[in-house]
Design a binder for this molecule. Structure first.
Ligand code: GLN
Length: 529
């Protein structure tokens, strides 16, 4: 008989955005450190079908999986914490499930039944979770339910996980509720009432959690845990105080040190000590005091929400930790950027982006880096603006992307005609992993240390190779193509120390303890300045 998989359901109470994802990922990291195979899934009750069209200013980055799903940024945390590659199956949005249910209803697949949230939507949620767990072949499947328990739109998910626990056996499930306890400055006390109410809500839906993680902004006295234990009916050992940490990567160590670790051992049947050396190393590297700090100018459209570029920032941090230097991300507003901004930094990074706003500032950044031998890393749109800058430098004054000027004759970036299959044409994004072949001897090939690479993508436009002469004249060469030679994947400036750009999103493959070569390359180049 196949082994019974175990499920950990992570729900939230009081507020969302208090670190449910990091808590869930950190529990997974501790289980991994004990030798378990862990998989994850994020269920978002939104009526969106995927995260592709969600506003990054509001929701943060759209994380792309290797198999091309556009997902919530929490999946990025999961990949970085667990060093796994999640899949489409790791992202479940209510909109997609409803879309599929309604399509089935229209196709007459329900044979005249009344189609309802319960049992039809709740069943499809359960099937998704069970299938995702099965496909992963993991020992423990962690499911995070987005939002907070009690939200109207999330009720079907809460009901689904309750039913699922009956189906697979309650002993095979661990329910962890993450609550927030505020500190009231005027009376100088932590207030547990909202958390008590949140636990009451969860009980009202038929779920008695096994553990409660109590998030606070500063360390709370043990009395807070005792109170929640008493009024929530949860054994005191299973109420874990979790104040803000200096770094999110400390949370696995905090969890391993807390009593929740016993609960995880009993639940998984793994009673060995977790091997946490990689987390300890990471914290050590993070705390390394360097006398050198690299200022990376991030030329971006959304400078008021770091989450919009979270994987890029995490990749920069990982590179700085691995090179043992300090990092200062200098946010440069693409809409107002001038040479003065570029002068003040050691390196420039132009990340991915969509739409017209701020694009001239990004082109100016690429041009400045090209002309002044300032280390530059261009990511996706960051490659496209570099190519536009080079073509303009070579005299093609109106060079542009058809994304910004749809009828430009100097369409150095465009949508390629007649490109077959999955490749980027007809308004569909080219998403997920694609291979590229690098040019032997190029800076990019040296940086990667190999000629055949795979990176994740999320773009619609391509470099127009018709303009290769102008691009070359402007100082850039192509240093990587898709294996069929049709699509430009990498460009670089041979005369500069480090001016590289990729059509892909290398930030998604960076890990806190395994920096991505392109980001390490940028930081190293910055160090030489
Ligand atoms: N907007 C550009 C395109 O669609 C770049 C996309 C990106 O940077 N992710 O090709």
């Amino acid at each position: 008989m196949a082994k019974q998989q175990k499920y950990i359901f992570v729900t939230g109470g009081v507020l969302s955005g208090v670190g449910k994802g990091v808590t869930a990922a950190s529990m997974g990291a501790v289980l991994q450190a004990k030798g378990a195979k862990v998989s994850v899934q994020k269920c978002d009750p939104y009526l969106n079908v995927d995260a592709g069209l969600l506003n990054p200013r509001e929701h943060g980055e759209c994380f792309v999986t290797h198999d091309g799903a556009e997902t919530d940024l929490d999946l990025g945390h999961y990949e970085r914490f667990l060093d796994i590659e999640v899949t489409k199956k790791s992202a479940t949005l209510a909109g997609r499930l409803l879309f599929e249910l309604i399509a089935d209803e229209r196709a007459g697949k329900f044979g005249g039944q009344t189609v309802q949230l319960v049992p039809h939507l709740t069943n499809s949620i359960q099937n998704e979770i069970i299938q995702s767990a099965k496909d992963s072949g993991s020992d423990v499947h962690i499911v995070e339910i987005g939002g907070t328990v009690g939200d109207y739109e999330g009720l079907s998910f809460v009901e689904a996980i309750r039913e699922l626990s009956q189906k697979v056996g309650r002993a095979n499930c661990l329910f962890v509720h993450v609550v927030y306890v505020p500190f009231i400055g005027t009376s100088k006390e932590f207030k547990t009432k909202p958390a008590q109410n949140a636990l009451g809500d969860l009980r009202g839906f038929g779920i008695m959690p096994d553990a409660v993680v109590v998030r606070t902004d500063s360390p709370a006295p043990i009395g807070v845990a005792k109170k929640i234990s008493l009024f929530g009916g949860i054994p005191e050992d299973n109420v874990i105080l979790m104040p803000n940490a200096d770094t999110i990567y400390r949370v696995p160590l905090t969890i391993a040190d807390s009593k929740i670790s016993n609960l995880l051992s009993d639940f998984s049947g793994l009673h060995n000590q977790p091997d946490l050396s990689k987390w300890k190393d990471l914290i050590e590297r993070q705390n390394y005091q360097s006398d050198r700090q690299i200022r990376v100018g991030l030329v971006a459209k959304y400078t008021d929400n770091e989450d919009t570029y979270i994987s890029v920032v995490e990749a920069l941090k990982a590179a700085a930790w691995s090179e043992k230097v300090g990092l200062k991300v200098v946010w440069i507003n693409a809409e107002t950027a001038t040479d003065e901004d570029f002068k003040g930094v050691d390196t420039l990074l132009v990340p991915g982006g969509f739409g017209n706003r701020g694009v001239e500032g990004k082109i100016a950044a690429a041009r400045y880096a090209l002309d002044n031998n300032l280390p530059y890393l261009g990511i996706c749109l960051g490659l496209q603006v570099a190519v536009i800058a080079a073509a303009r430098k070579a005299g093609l004054a109106n060079a542009n992307s058809t994304e910004f000027v749809s009828d430009t004759k100097s369409d150095v970036v465009y949508i390629m005609n007649g490109q077959a299959g999955k490749e980027s044409t007809g308004g569909t994004l080219r998403l997920g992993d694609y291979k590229a072949t690098l040019v032997k001897g190029s800076k990019i090939a040296k940086t990667y240390g190999k000629l055949n690479i795979v990176e994740r993508h999320r773009h619609r436009y391509e470099v127009n190779q018709k303009f290769i002469r102008q691009i070359n004249d402007g100082g850039l060469v192509i240093s990587g193509l898709s294996p069929d030679g049709k699509l430009v994947e990498f460009v670089e400036a041979p005369q500069n120390d480090y001016f590289v750009a990729t059509q892909a999103h290398p930030e998604f493959r960076s890990r806190p303890n395994r920096s991505h070569p392109l980001f390490s390359g940028l930081i190293k180049a910055g160090l030489k300045k």
